[in-house]
Design a protein around this ligand. Structure first.
Ligand SMILES: Cc1ncc(COP(=O)(O)O)c(C=O)c1O
Length: 407
């Protein structure tokens, strides 16, 4: 394989430096593995940031893309196409929702949900438009969803921030209650806050939040961009809680590696009319066909049980590592997990792990996050845990050496 690095054949200076990246260029992916330009393979527990539900380049997805690419790419968002009709029907049947709108990214779906709620507020709640969202929430990077997010510092980044998002403390019903007013139209949250470090909503909090929304005539919106499509071991995260939202958004795993997202709405929240929402690529058949192929696999009889089984193995393994290395809490469900380090060493563990052939994420400086593909096996989980064990051991040993040198 030809060796490439950003500094020689293909400089990085023409890409806007919007995120920090390691120097390697990644050139090929297959299943659980990602290869860099030097020919090194890495066990990938990022999987596109919880995107590649079936791993890299799954044959079902590649085939669906190829067939659709040779049939019809983009007729126009103002014309019907069969894959998007089939996908809307499938997602509504799976979720119990009534209508779908398709976008390309999670942020776009969440902005669609915000617009839908504002439209509903105008039609059904005397012009109410404010949405209660939560500290540390992550809903995307367009202006509306940055304002809806509760990531520390984001409110000051691209001022003026879009108004209309009151922030409550996560898992605190009284905090939500205190913010409800005449202008409130909806409450929006992730059932498990992924970017905040896999922080689950308390089941009782979510049940009471549903009742509170009903009592005040508010919409409940779940952002399931990260938690939906099997990631937590159920098709939708809300199934874990037995709480039904009025609007749910999907992204990431919905396309299994290609850009498609969705807003799904219950019958009473379906208020969009012609002219309200759109987008050149909204519901294009190429992405819709890919998504149908992914959902075909997720709907296979034992698939989600397999996610829960591998997830339990990963959770047990992480708890064992936490005990062995004297680390903190392990949180997660399905194949979305976090490990609290107790110190800000998570970025160093990420670097060490990459050097040993494992790709993981530091959701916060003190917290590691793991997002393997959903169709892996026990051997993959054990391999990743062994690599992580080595990385943790090396980082903690060097930190202890550093501390004793200082003392
Ligand atoms: C819960 C949640 N919502 C929205 C988004 C934004 O999705 P996208 O990056 O596709 O816009 C993310 C991305 O990480 C997410 O985790």
């Amino acid at each position: 394989m030809k060796t490439v690095s950003p500094s020689s054949d293909c400089p990085s200076r023409h890409l806007m430096p919007v995120t920090e990246r390691p120097a390697d260029i990644f050139v090929r992916g297959q299943g659980a593995w990602l290869w860099d330009g030097e020919g090194r393979r890495h066990l990938d527990w990022l999987q596109g940031w919880a995107v590649n539900a079936l791993g890299h380049c799954p044959p079902q997805l590649s085939r669906a893309l190829q067939v659709q690419a040779e049939t019809l790419l983009t007729p126009s968002p103002a014309l019907y196409n069969l894959p998007s009709l089939q996908l809307a029907q499938r997602l509504c049947a799976l979720s119990g929702m009534q209508q779908a709108w398709f976008g390309s990214t999670g942020a776009e779906a969440n902005e669609g949900a915000i617009k839908l709620a504002r439209k509903w507020g105008r039609a059904r709640r005397a012009g109410a438009w404010e949405i209660i969202t939560f500290d540390n929430a992550f809903h995307g990077r367009n202006l509306a969803t940055m304002a809806a997010s509760g990531k520390p510092g984001w409110d000051a980044m691209f001022t003026p921030a879009m108004p209309g998002f009151a922030k409550a403390r996560f898992n605190d019903l009284d905090a939500v209650r205190a913010l409800i007013g005449e202008r409130t139209v909806a409450v929006m949250l992730e059932p498990v806050q992924g970017e905040a470090g896999v922080r689950p909503a308390d089941p009782q909090f979510l049940r009471q939040l549903r009742a509170l929304c009903d009592a005040h005539g508010l919409l409940l919106i779940f952002d399931e961009v990260q938690t939906g499509c099997g990631r937590l071991g159920r098709m939708f995260g809300f199934e874990h809680y037995g709480v039904r939202p009025d609007i749910v958004t999907l992204g990431k795993g919905l396309g299994g590696g290609v850009p498609i997202s969705a807003v799904l709405a219950a019958d009473h929240a379906c208020v969009f009319e012609p002219g309200d929402q759109g987008g050149t690529y909204a519901g294009n058949p190429l992405m819709a066909a890919a998504s149908l192929a992914v959902l075909d696999v997720l709907a296979e009889p034992d698939f989600l049980a397999g996610v829960r089984e591998q997830g339990a193995r990963l959770g047990d393994g992480l708890r064992a590592l936490s005990r062995r290395h004297g680390l903190g809490e392990v949180r997660g469900a399905g194949l979305l997990w976090a490990l609290e380090m107790g110190t800000d060493l998570a970025p160093e563990v990420v670097r060490q792990a990459r050097g040993r052939g494992l790709l993981i994420n530091a959701a916060r400086p003190h917290c590691l996050r793991f997002m393997p593909r959903l169709n892996g096996d026990a051997q993959e989980i054990d391999t990743g845990l062994a690599l992580l064990d080595g990385a943790l051991g090396a980082v903690l040993k060097s930190a202890a050496r550093g501390a004793s040198a200082v003392n």
